[in-house]
Design a protein around this ligand. Structure first.
Ligand SMILES: [Zn+2]
Length: 375
């Protein structure tokens, strides 16, 4: 997703982040509901009260989406899949799993858990709406009814069989269960996702041209779907290609090392003479303790390098130290590796054996694609 998310809370041990764009969405919802929707719904409402209702609606929507994602997270955890974090972004949320679901049954219950929560939320707001009566719409009545409607809409949209929407995940799980072939199921589900994406873009542009600018929302959602389905497809292909492939078979050896007590000037010299853009860092016993990437030096202006050693600026993340037996597909699911671009491969006693980089993996992907094209 564009832009990094900002951590806002930790609920039940799961970090919750929001994309900065979410604030823009909250403002947009507040404005559109406060200026148009609520003045229409509630007779004689003041301007201020109308915008307050708009803001309350946006925040309640935020809470509803969070509840939906926790539905996914709780089920994933119960099935032994870790949840890295929950991100709320432009048009919804995503519960980021630490690994792929292991079976079609896991995927199915994970995919259905979020919509199940949304269904309960929609039903609860619906019941409240009935309780409050609709003879004369009060501010509270309008607020509650809007939540019932928007959650119902989210539920319906979410269950469309278009990957990576939840409905698309359900469809993929069902196909996976029947054929036993996850990558074929992903291909089909992603094709459906892209198809629906194009349909939404077309519909959105058409409605916008017919004088309903709100239609552009559909186009935005459509674009998102096309991109997300494409990304999931590539991810699934790469995961299939590398599951069962050990890191040791793709790493570059021998590892060119740099001691943690080296000064940064010495490190700069190493970068100048070697053709590497990163070095594994070792302690005095020769064990890997981190990695130094060239841009970590570049970021420091020359005068600030004095007196500092490699140990002061290196990346110490233990997730960037892997064994030769680690599955490459697992490594690719590690956000720390994807971001840093490389990891040091160590033996049982922690000594570096080599380096595995995204470049090594990309080269393999391209070489295999080349082979498939010529074969
Ligand atoms: Zn969901």
């Amino acid at each position: 997703m564009p832009g990094r998310s900002i951590r806002i809370a930790r609920i039940a041990g799961i970090p919750v982040g929001i994309s900065p764009l979410w604030l823009v969405i909250v403002a947009l919802i507040t404005w559109s509901l406060g200026s148009g929707y609520y003045p229409d719904q509630v007779h004689g409402i003041s301007r201020l009260a109308s915008y307050a209702l708009g803001l309350a609606s946006a925040l309640l929507l935020f809470a509803s989406i969070l509840a939906h994602e926790f539905g996914h997270a709780v089920v994933a955890r119960r099935r032994g899949v870790g949840i890295e974090e929950i991100d709320l972004w432009l048009l919804g949320g995503v519960a980021r799993m630490t690994s792929q679901p292991k079976s079609a049954e896991d995927e199915l219950s994970f995919a259905l858990a979020g919509p199940a929560v949304t269904a309960v939320v929609a039903a609860a707001f619906g019941a409240l709406t009935l309780l409050l009566g609709r003879a004369e719409t009060t501010a509270m009545g309008a607020l509650v009814r809007y939540q019932a409607e928007i959650n119902l809409l989210i539920l319906g949209f979410n269950l469309l069989p278009a990957f990576p929407l939840d409905g698309g995940r359900v469809a993929r799980a069902l196909m996976w269960r029947r054929s036993g072939d996850l990558s074929a199921a992903t291909e089909t589900a992603a094709a459906l996702g892209r198809g629906l994406g194009y349909l939404l873009v077309g519909l959105g542009v058409l409605t916008a041209f017919n004088g309903a600018p709100g239609g552009l929302w559909f186009a935005v959602i459509g674009f998102f779907l096309i991109a997300a389905a494409g990304a999931e497809r590539v991810h699934a292909q790469v995961t299939t290609m590398f599951s069962g492939v050990p890191v040791g078979s793709l790493m570059s050896t021998p590892a060119s090392l740099i001691p943690s007590r080296s000064t940064l000037d010495e490190a700069a010299g190493r970068f100048a003479e070697a053709r590497f853009t990163a070095f594994p860092v070792t302690d005095s016993a020769g064990r890997a303790v981190g990695m130094l990437r060239i841009d970590q030096l570049e970021r420091l202006p020359l005068p600030r390098r004095g007196g500092l050693t490699v140990a002061d600026v290196m990346n110490r993340d233990p997730k960037l130290r892997v064994t030769a037996q680690t599955d490459v597909s697992e490594l690719l699911d590690q956000p720390e590796f994807v971001e840093f671009g490389r990891a040091v491969v160590i033996d049982a006693s922690g000594h570096p054996l080599g380096v595995i980089s995204r470049t090594d993996i990309d080269r393999t992907v391209r070489a295999r694609n080349l082979y498939q094209r010529t074969a």
